[in-house]
Design a protein around this ligand. Structure first.
Ligand SMILES: [Zn+2]
Length: 67
């Protein structure tokens, strides 16, 4: 099994991880209910996408935790 010839220095490890940062999710305002939603995703609050309803949103019964 191939093994590295020498230890990777902390600087080199940092260089490798320079592109490993997590990006914040791109949130945009829903045009229908004005709640924040993920860009290019149907709104989880009202189920609208591009000006029409694409999801049926279950209205949770009070006190009942669904799934
Ligand atoms: Zn919405």
């Amino acid at each position: 099994m191939g093994l590295p010839k020498r230890k990777v220095s902390h600087a080199r490890q940092g260089d490798r991880r320079a592109h490993a940062a997590l990006a914040t999710p791109k949130l945009v305002e829903c045009s229908h209910c004005h709640q924040p939603r993920l860009q290019h995703h149907a709104c989880p609050n009202c189920g609208w996408y591009r000006g029409r309803q694409v999801l049926r949103i279950k209205t949770a019964a009070p006190g009942a935790s669904e799934r």
